[in-house]
Design a binder for this molecule. Structure first.
Ligand SMILES: Cc1cc2nc3c(=O)[nH]c(=O)nc-3n(C[C@H](O)[C@H](O)[C@H](O)COP(=O)(O)OP(=O)(O)OC[C@H]3O[C@@H](n4cnc5c(N)ncnc54)[C@H](O)[C@@H]3O)c2cc1C
Length: 294
């Protein structure tokens, strides 16, 4: 693949040809990938992305893979994997400028150490900040959009663009990045001085009690509707613990599907479709998933 030669020649990072989505996602499912690209830094990512777009190559942007279910089939393209990129944050007066590659759990704890801002809702979300912006991740009635001032991303020409929060079209588990192509690289967040360590520790215990954190999963599968939380819908269908192959509805939290060991993406998808169909036919409720299915 010429892309591999380009990356090596220009020293833009590393490429691997034997990775699979199984290793790169928290659910541990999915097929092999033709080429996985790990950028060295942002200028390298700009050049590589520009090359990919100019040559019309198939690609997918992956953060920590905690919200992605990829097909079991071979992926004939490039996965741009952001999780080895360096990350940091810079404090300004009432804001912090944070790399989009910052793991969100670390960010919540690192800021709590300095008593900066209340991002405690991120304390149990195992993604990178860019992934949180993409989906407007949230918990405990808070979400990342509430804290954002602006977002920087690389556009399809390889240039860096800045968009203010008002143009990010944030919604429930959604943002403008569902509709435009680009790679989020930096996020400016509003902060105040606030102590959150205690809140983080309390929520960590709460998550450990209520979520199957010991198992491979993608977190919640279905978006909640305003009338009834999705876990109650799955429970009403008596699907707690129900299995297809090695994919199971978690007994601890029915909006989580877990991989018991050797689940395929097909097993997981079949379970998702079964829940969606039964919810529609038996309860008249249309569920929609919050994960990216590739
Ligand atoms: C145990 C567990 C608990 C969870 N709890 C929650 C929760 O409470 N609330 C919640 O909202 N989510 C939760 N999640 C889901 C998930 O962690 C979040 O959606 C997270 O923000 C995804 O980030 P990621 O880096 O893993 O993104 P990925 O899964 O790698 O990618 C998700 C999507 O974002 C896109 N994307 C990722 N990074 C970028 C980027 N830099 N630029 C452009 N596009 C990008 C990808 O192309 C993909 O479409 C949970 C998951 C697990 C496994």
């Amino acid at each position: 693949m010429n892309f591999i030669h380009f990356v090596v020649e220009q020293d833009l990072g590393s490429v691997e040809s034997r990775c699979s989505f199984k290793e790169l996602t928290t659910i541990g499912c999915g097929g092999e990938i033709e080429c996985t690209y790990f950028p060295k830094d942002i200028p390298s990512l700009q050049k590589a992305y520009n090359y990919i777009k100019l040559h019309n190559l198939r690609y997918f942007v992956l953060g920590n893979g905690s919200n992605v279910l990829a097909s079991d089939h071979f992926y004939p393209g490039i996965v741009i994997c952001l999780k080895r990129l360096p990350y940091s944050y810079e404090k300004k007066e009432n804001t912090i400028v944070v790399s989009a590659f910052y793991p969100t759990i670390h960010l919540a704890y690192d800021l709590a150490k300095e008593e900066l801002g209340d991002l405690s809702f991120l304390g149990g979300i195992p993604g990178l900040l860019g992934g949180a912006v993409y989906n407007n991740s949230g918990a405990y009635q808070d979400n990342i959009a509430n804290h954002i001032i602006e977002v920087k991303y690389i556009d399809t020409a390889g240039n860096i663009q800045t968009i203010p929060k008002e143009l990010c079209a944030f919604g429930y588990r959604s943002s403008i990045f569902h509709y435009i192509e680009g790679i989020i690289i930096e996020v400016t967040l509003e902060i105040e001085r606030i102590a959150t360590k205690e809140k983080l520790d309390k929520r960590k215990k709460q998550r450990q009690l209520t979520q199957p954190l010991e198992a491979k999963s993608m977190g919640s599968i279905f978006k909640n509707n305003p009338l009834i939380p999705s876990w109650k819908i799955v429970d009403a269908l008596h699907l707690r613990g129900f299995k297809i192959g090695d994919a199971a509805v978690s007994a601890k939290h029915t909006n989580f599907i877990i991989n018991l060991g050797n689940a395929t993406s097909n097993d997981i998808l079949s379970l998702i479709h079964l829940i969606e169909t039964r919810s529609r036919l038996e309860l008249g409720i249309i569920l929609s998933s919050e994960i990216t299915i590739l």
